[in-house]
Design a protein around this ligand. Structure first.
Ligand code: FO1
Length: 316
């Protein structure tokens, strides 16, 4: 088992699987995950933090493996009754999941910060890594659809869940990001550790983490200690809308497009064997390519990817 401080910038499903692999090969107490909060929203009066919860449930082996989000062995009595009443049931919150949102919301109303309640939840699930929201301040992803020409901004979960990310995107904005302060421990975790950017959506998962001004500056100063894992393989995203979004927003949907997006703050890009022929173009874009099998089809494969990424970022 490897040791030494490692910090992972994380979105939801892809990051959670990567972290699960990482914890098989690296001492959990040395790992910090800094998680996107810009998907967070309020529904039924409850504070929902999808990416934090996906990471928590995955690492606790409590994730619904079919969807990649929500709890395993979930029941849906509350949602069913909500639907019968004519309430909002477009966002599927199971009974066990709802208990977590009730707890988080209650603790927030008592004055606990998101970091504090996140740490309480992580401890209750027996997690040994340190789980940090990127910020305790609100950051909200706002999407402007490409059509019609005068389309208004919509909330992220409206785009992602209600519209099943099936619409073209004109622009993405993170409301509140310029004023957001990193949560306690975030800058320290970025300044004193090897840093890995998980294979998450570059726009709506990694964008609102590295877009916090002090985080961007800290990473840019340490780019030689930062390695990213490409979420794009063979010109498409493994899961979710990253590839389509790159195209919509005028970027090449390839590992070279990822390198151009990440070059300011990361020195190394881990790419899949399928993209071997693009390694020279990644280098031309300013990042050192590392070619490996990056498809995390099992925890063992995720662990192998994590080990290769650790070796790339630590130089051993
Ligand atoms: N994603 C869906 O596509 N449909 C859902 O109904 C849904 C419910 C849900 C409930 C709790 C949770 O933590 C996540 C949930 N997600 C759902 C996933 C989530 O909205 C997205 O995967 C992320 O926000 C994108 O990273």
């Amino acid at each position: 088992m490897r040791t030494g401080r490692v910090t992972v910038l994380a979105g939801g499903v892809g990051a959670a699987r990567f972290l699960r692999g990482l914890l098989r090969v690296h001492r959990p107490a040395d790992v910090t995950a800094i998680v996107n909060v810009s998907d967070d929203f309020t529904l039924h009066g409850l504070h929902i933090s999808p990416d934090l919860d996906t990471v928590t449930y995955t690492l606790a082996e409590q994730i619904n493996t079919e969807t990649g989000w929500g709890r395993a062995d979930e029941t849906w009595r509350v949602l069913t009754e909500l639907g019968r009443l004519g309430g909002q049931d477009w966002f599927q919150l199971g009974d066990l999941d709802l208990a977590l949102h009730l707890f988080r919301t209650q603790r927030r109303s008592e004055g606990a910060t998101l970091s504090e309640v996140t740490s309480e939840i992580a401890a209750s699930f027996g997690l040994e890594l340190r789980l940090l929201p990127v910020s305790d301040d609100p950051i909200q992803t706002r999407i402007t659809p490409a059509e019609p020409a005068d389309a208004s901004e919509i909330d992220f979960q409206d785009y992602f869940v209600a519209q099943r990310h099936g619409i073209a995107v004109r622009s993405v904005r993170f409301a509140g990001i310029d004023a957001a302060q990193p949560a306690p421990g975030v800058l320290d975790a970025l300044s004193t550790a090897d840093v890995i950017v998980a294979p998450s959506n570059p726009f709506v998962s990694i964008g609102p983490v590295v877009g916090v001004p002090t985080i961007r500056d800290t990473l840019a100063r340490r780019r030689d200690s930062v390695a990213a894992v490409s979420p794009i393989v063979g010109g498409a995203s493994i899961k979710g809308p990253a590839g389509a979004m790159m195209r919509d927003l005028g970027h090449e949907p390839s590992v070279v497009g990822i390198a151009r997006l990440y070059v300011e703050f990361a020195g190394t890009l881990v790419i899949d064997n399928a993209d071997r022929d693009l390694a020279d173009a990644v280098a031309d874009a300013g990042m050192t390519p590392v070619v490996t099998d990056s498809i995390m089809s099992s925890p063992e494969r995720a662990a192998a990817l994590a080990r290769t990424t650790l070796e790339a970022v630590s130089g051993q």
